[in-house]
Ligand binder design. Structure first.
Ligand SMILES: Cc1cc2nc3c(=O)[nH]c(=O)nc-3n(C[C@H](O)[C@H](O)[C@H](O)COP(=O)(O)O)c2cc1C
Length: 368
């Protein structure tokens, strides 16, 4: 595939989100790569992987657990709740900064998507409603068990864990954090009017279902400053057997509650042709980052138009960044893009991780 951004393309212009000045508006979307050590410390290859992609306006890291129990949807995902993990994230932040980039860490709790054989803990969620999907455990594909409903005391603890992990991220030298409230994981599960069947203050009305995500955003913003906080949502996304019958009211309630905080950005995973896009876009006054999540990958022509019209502040691009460390240079010149190899997305080791060639490397290899 090839695509050439126009010289005047808004996507290539600098932007300030919150307190962070960025060189361009093409962000690297969060991508789980399953290469962390067994104790959740990022791999020794991660600093190289991320710094290779420092041309992104902003790198958003792979989803990172806020506590040990927050893990367990995939094998070998990283965390940010121990000193050893924090030290490795600090090396990554330094490597990305040395390469001229900026980086946020994406923080998650996987909720009902955890499998006990991966996490070592029972899975939890808003209500005892299982996700009808298979987990890739060390002993093969297995159905996810019915989760235990969290108590309000445990919910408060989880809010605190997001806050502490965000502090660790900033102490590690990261430019900020993105709160993962998308794609069927814990915060998204609370938002859903189908999966969340609670009858307490965290269930029922749109405002109540939006409460956990809002409390996490508020706590993290109070800890590290709102201008270093992003929030990812995916209205109507059915990843992880998620269902939402009424996404617009739910997300309107969420955006209404957090609007005045002045966070760095809202990151929406949603096709702009979806009926929920226009009402939610209208509701949000701050910076908007869009990931279109189409099976065929980023539609650069569409994203360029949306940025040029001022509909979005930035575009988040996943698989094209995974396969093209020098994506920005290629989009500027119209050079062909490397194709991502799905067989190495979650495989251990350097192959399909740090060995996608840049244009310069391809030229050198051809002339050798
Ligand atoms: C290998 C892989 C890992 C992903 N991991 C995450 C993740 O950790 N957090 C998240 O919010 N989304 C994750 N996603 C979703 C991407 O951020 C993005 O929404 C999706 O790839 C669609 O964008 P694209 O068409 O530009 O690739 C992942 C997607 C892929 C392909």
């Amino acid at each position: 595939m090839t695509f050439s951004l126009g010289e005047q393309s808004a996507l290539l212009t600098p932007v300030t989100v919150g307190g962070v000045e960025l060189d361009n508006r093409i962000f690297m979307a969060p991508l789980t790569r399953s290469r962390a050590d067994a104790d959740g410390t990022p791999s020794s290859l991660a600093a190289e992987y991320y710094s290779q992609r420092a041309g992104a306006g902003l790198i958003i890291s792979e989803a990172t657990a806020v506590c040990e129990q927050a893990n367990g949807a995939y094998l070998n995902t990283p965390g940010l709740y121990t000193d050893r993990q924090q030290d490795k994230w600090s090396e990554i932040a330094s490597a990305v900064h040395r390469a001229g980039g900026k980086m946020f860490v994406q923080l998650w709790h996987v909720g009902r998507m955890a499998h006990p054989e991966i996490s070592g803990f029972e899975n939890v969620g808003p209500s005892p409603v299982a996700a009808e999907v298979q987990a890739h455990t060390p002993t093969g594909k297995k159905p996810l068990p019915v989760p235990r409903a969290l108590t309000t005391g445990e919910i408060a603890e989880i809010v605190g864990q997001f806050r502490t992990a965000a502090r660790r991220a900033v102490d590690a030298g990261m430019d900020g954090v993105e709160i993962h409230s998308a794609n069927g994981y814990l915060l998204h599960e609370f938002l859903s009017d189908v999966v969340n069947q609670r009858t307490d203050g965290y269930g029922g009305s749109p405002r109540n279902r939006a409460r956990l995500t809002a409390e996490v955003v508020e706590a993290v913003a109070a800890e590290i400053g709102p201008d270093r906080v992003g929030l990812r949502i995916s209205p109507a996304n059915q990843a992880g057997d998620m269902h939402e019958d009424d996404p617009v009211s739910t997300y309107e309630a969420l955006l209404c509650r957090i609007d005045s905080l002045g966070i760095a950005y809202l990151h929406m995973v949603l096709d702009p042709s979806h009926p929920a896009f226009a009402p939610l876009r209208t509701q949000w006054q701050g910076s908007l980052v869009l990931n279109t999540r189409r099976p065929s990958g980023a539609d650069f022509a569409l994203l360029e138009s949306l940025a040029d019209w001022g509909v979005i502040s930035a575009a988040a691009v996943g698989r094209a960044f995974l396969a093209n460390p020098d994506l920005i240079e290629r989009l500027k010149s119209g050079a062909a893009l490397n194709e991502p190899d799905p067989t190495t997305f979650y495989a251990p080791g350097p192959v399909g991780y740090i060995d996608y060639p840049t244009l310069d490397e391809l030229v050198t290899a051809r002339s050798a």
